[in-house]
Design a protein around this ligand. Structure first.
Ligand SMILES: Cc1cc2nc3c(=O)[nH]c(=O)nc-3n(C[C@H](O)[C@H](O)[C@H](O)COP(=O)(O)OP(=O)(O)OC[C@H]3O[C@@H](n4cnc5c(N)ncnc54)[C@H](O)[C@@H]3O)c2cc1C
Length: 411
């Protein structure tokens, strides 16, 4: 006879574990099984935040996310907010501390603490976790089939298979096929929070290792589509660091829609072109001095060289063209991005199951009642800073709670 569970959660990452815990906490009489294809559970949690796991952010709202509509995202976030996340981990003995950036990390600075807390909470709640149990198919009667032919019958199914980022952790996009096979649409997926590449020989690549604050703005159709200010890291292939990662999905998306979309950098966030132009006119100073006062010298020299090399020319002797070139390189530098580093270096996936296909109070499928979708599999991706985990906790909680409360479907 095929084994049966009331709720089967497919994927035991951040969202799936939260969903399974929430389901059992809602109704401890239910049999809740979380399946994961990975040999090592929570591999992504362990590498997150540079091994420290940035669990959430002190101020999370829908403006930090893209994909589905903001009101829809807000509705889910409100059901399980930052305070709930903090309380959840506190109950498991994990205190979170807030850093200057607003990011919340465990006080241990170890992601392992976070994963252990989740596994402990799952165990205490009575969740059965099976792994490696790779789901190959779910039929519309909720018979869940493994690659090796094993079967499970489920009353309700929660899909929490994540996206495609860092596929070696087990999140390889298989969940999109599962969602499609059950009747869902999946919006175009592409890497988010991913380093961007510049052409070989680009002068910024020669500055590999240098980090400086910058504003990176995507322009398309004559307007600014998105802009992020923050540390920007020059690498041997292009750009990384928070601002580049944050802007990446907007650049890719804009470029998909409009081949003329551009990415422009200002290395002096907050300084206008006119203000810099005025500073460069100062007869008592050279561009070298003006720029080196405001920027790391290596970057100042590189920008100056890029603009024609007027490093030591006194301000009053600078030609208008030379000043213009300096201003452009410094605060309006067009970046000829060639692409990104792909899913192996991305921290998230843009695109997925649109929230419009789910009931927002429950994250139950509008297409197939009894099916729930949460986490990165949804068409929701957040900024750097703990927002993606917060989405996983919030949406996992909503889906798991609802799945436990919903009437059971007979397979
Ligand atoms: C390097 C890196 C660092 C990150 N750092 C942070 C951070 O500090 N803060 C933050 O907020 N976000 C961070 N993120 C993003 C965050 O990790 C994800 O958004 C979050 O883990 C998504 O949770 P999820 O449960 O939806 O998916 P996942 O965590 O990807 O979990 C999905 C699970 O489903 C399993 N699975 C997939 N397909 C199947 C199948 N067919 N059968 C069975 N199981 C399956 C996978 O094995 C996996 O365990 C980081 C991501 C990366 C890659």
């Amino acid at each position: 006879m095929t084994e049966r569970a009331d709720v089967v959660v497919v994927g035991a990452g951040a969202a799936g574990l939260m969903a399974a815990i929430a389901a059992r906490r809602t109704d401890a009489s239910l049999r809740v099984i979380a399946l994961d294809g990975a040999r090592t559970l929570g591999a992504k949690i362990l590498v997150a935040g540079g091994g420290r796991c940035n669990v959430t952010h002190h101020a999370v709202d829908e403006t930090a996310f893209a994909g589905s509509t903001r009101p829809a995202i807000r509705k889910v976030l409100r059901r399980f907010g930052v305070e709930d996340t903090v309380a959840f981990f506190r109950e498991q003995g994990v205190a979170l501390k807030r850093e200057d950036t607003g990011k919340l990390f465990p006080t241990t600075d170890r992601a392992r603490t976070v994963l252990d807390a989740l596994l402990r909470a799952a165990d205490q709640a009575g969740v059965e976790i099976r792994h490696p149990w790779r789901v190959a198919g779910v039929d519309r009667g909720f018979v869940v089939t493994a690659r090796d032919g094993a079967r499970l019958e489920a009353g309700r199914v929660v899909l929490a298979t994540g996206g495609r980022a860092l596929p070696k952790t087990g999140s390889d996009g298989a969940g999109y096929e599962l969602a499609r096979s059950l009747g869902h649409g999946v919006t175009r997926t592409f890497p988010a929070l991913v380093p961007l590449t510049l052409p070989e020989g680009h002068f910024l690549r020669a500055l590999s290792g240098l980090s400086a604050p910058a504003t990176l703005a995507v322009r398309a159709g004559g307007r600014r589509v998105a802009e992020f200010t923050g540390p920007t890291l020059c690498t041997h292939f292009g750009l990384s660091g928070p601002a580049a990662l944050d802007v990446s999905r907007y650049w890719t998306d804009a470029r998909h829609a409009d081949a003329g979309a551009t990415l422009v950098a200002s290395w002096l966030p907050g300084t206008t072109a006119d203000a810099l132009d005025a500073a460069l006119r100062d007869p008592a100073r050279t561009p070298g001095r003006v720029l080196a006062e405001r920027l790391p010298e290596r970057l100042a020299r590189a920008l100056c060289a890029e603009a024609g090399g007027a490093w030591a020319v006194p301000g009053h002797r600078l030609t208008r063209e030379a000043r213009r070139a300096l201003v452009r390189a410094t605060v309006e530098l067009p970046l000829p991005v060639t692409g990104d580093r792909g899913y192996t270096e991305a921290e998230a996936t843009a695109g997925g199951v649109p929230l419009a296909e789910l009931r927002l109070e429950t994250l139950e499928s509008r297409v197939l009642p009894g099916l729930y979708v949460c986490g990165e599999l949804c068409d929701v991706d957040g900024r750097i800073g703990g927002f993606n985990f917060q989405w996983a906790w919030s949406s996992g909680f909503v889906a798991g709670t609802a799945a436990a409360g919903a009437p059971t479907r007979e397979p």
